[in-house]
Design a protein around this ligand. Structure first.
Ligand SMILES: [Zn+2]
Length: 289
């Protein structure tokens, strides 16, 4: 489901461009046939990629992903609609593809889509899709939903109106003629799935009070890390972080001080007192690099 060359940003075997870090390219293996040009009169193959998905989202929070769409025949797709459907096949958002191609590509169009995470924790599989388009055929010539679902080869002969092969080729080649209104040739539905990991909002306030072991003065500017949360102590030597209930491993490091580690469990608001010892042998950089 994920292209092996995803990190390269280069065109893959089928000539479809994938931006650096893009995931879930080619989610529909039936379309991943390496064919770069649809025969005249058939629907163009549309590929969808999703990238910049967050590692995790808190319940009910907004987040954004980037969705890219490419036509295998390199049509101009500016302004074309796409949609995101959730695990229950409910539409969560629609967006229009940007007018500009993704930098460094000649056929990848994208949209940033803002979404809202479900209210319950879990790992959800959502889908970004570029719905099938009927091209220049009169409205209603092709049953949008049905055609989109089936992908049945028998469908390809169906929109006879769209059929002038010469016209299709021109539109695909010149591109500009089809801008904004969408390409004049019919396009098959393309889609890609992506994961949405929803986590509960951190419920506990973890307070760290950092003091010098000698004298008890507060340590200002000490770094506090309980991965992936981090904070820095203020002039009172205090740092506060919201963390989920559960196990934690906490590191406190002050400039010129020996780092201190705490392992524990937090089930409610908790205060950790860190007494830092001056270390004149090693610098901070020595320890943390
Ligand atoms: Zn096309």
């Amino acid at each position: 489901m994920v292209h092996e060359d995803e990190a390269s940003g280069a065109a893959d075997a089928s000539g479809i461009e994938v931006p650096p870090g893009a995931r879930n390219a080619g989610a529909d293996p039936t379309l991943d046939d390496g064919e770069s040009r649809a025969p005249a009169g058939e629907r163009h193959v549309t590929r969808v990629v999703v990238w910049d998905t967050p590692a995790a989202v808190e319940c009910g929070q907004r987040f954004a992903v980037k969705v890219g769409v490419t036509c295998a025949s390199r049509c101009t797709l500016a302004g074309r609609q796409l949609e995101v459907r959730d695990h229950a096949d409910e539409r969560r958002a629609t967006a229009a593809l940007d007018e500009q191609r993704w930098p460094g590509t000649d056929a990848l169009y994208h949209a940033e889509v803002t979404l809202v995470a479900p209210d319950a924790e879990g790992l959800y599989t959502w889908e970004a899709a570029a719905p099938a388009s009927a091209g220049a055929a009169p409205a209603g010539a092709a049953g949008r939903g049905d055609a989109a679902e089936s992908g049945d080869p028998a469908e390809s002969g169906d929109p006879a109106e769209s059929g002038d092969p010469a016209e299709s080729e021109d539109a695909a080649a010149s591109g500009d003629a089809a801008a904004t209104k969408g390409p004049a040739v019919p396009h098959a539905r393309g889609s890609a799935r992506f994961g949405v990991r929803v986590v509960s909002a951190p419920a506990c306030l973890l307070t760290v009070v950092a003091t010098h072991a000698e004298g008890g003065n507060p340590v200002e500017g000490a770094r506090v890390v309980a991965h992936p949360y981090r904070a820095v102590t203020d002039e009172r030597g205090v740092a506060e972080m919201r963390v989920p209930a559960g196990e934690y491993r906490l590191f406190v490091s002050g400039k010129g001080c020996v780092p201190v580690r705490f392992d524990g469990k937090v089930t409610a608001d908790t205060t950790v007192r860190a007494e830092l010892t001056q270390d004149r042998e090693l610098s901070d950089a020595d320890i943390w690099s």
